[in-house]
Every structure is written in structure tokens, then in C-alpha cells.
Write a new protein. Structure first.
Length: 93
């Protein structure tokens, strides 16, 4: 069985939002971001239990991690919104 962390890591590598894997970065390039997203989703789920997190909430977690880790401005983030949405869709349970 695939863990949430493994799924997030795979999704981040597959989407390669920053294009780093494409230019030769190691396969573990997004491990830190995957761990942060998994932890924050877990924490958020605990807070809203027994409700489930919405697509918008998960997308916001991903977006916030991206801001924190890559320091992107709103214009650059806007270009990544579709990828955030696609990843969040796969994580909604």
C-alpha cells in the first residue's frame, strides 16, 4: 500500500512543477516539499475531524509550501495553479 507521503512525492515528481527533474535534478528533489505537505495535511485533518479536507484546503496547503520553499511571487504562483489543483485532486479522499 502506498502511503500519503509516497503518493505526494510521486505526484510532485510527475508534475515537476519547477522543471527541476527535467533538467537533471535527482529524483528526490521534491522530498522536503512532499514531507511538509503530508505533515500539514495530517495536521489539518486532525483539526477538522471527522470532516474531510476540501480540494481548496489541500490546494492551499500545497501553494503555501511552494511559497515557503521557493519564495515565488503571485505572478509566478499563478502559472502553477493548475498543477497545484491537479495534485490536490489526487489527494482529496
Amino acid at each position: 500500500m502506498v502511503t500519503r507521503l509516497q503518493l505526494i512525492d510521486e505526484l510532485l515528481r510527475t508534475h515537476d512543477i519547477e522543471g527541476l527533474i527535467e533538467i537533471g535534478a535527482p529524483e528526490d528533489e521534491y522530498n522536503s516539499e512532499a514531507k511538509m505537505i503530508a505533515e500539514r495535511i495530517g495536521t489539518a485533518e486532525w483539526r477538522v475531524c471527522p470532516q474531510k479536507l476540501s480540494l481548496a484546503q489541500i490546494k492551499e496547503i500545497i501553494r503555501n509550501v511552494w511559497v515557503e520553499m521557493f519564495g515565488l511571487d503571485e505572478e509566478v504562483l499563478g502559472k502553477r495553479e493548475d498543477a497545484f489543483e491537479e495534485i490536490a485532486k489526487r489527494l482529496v479522499v
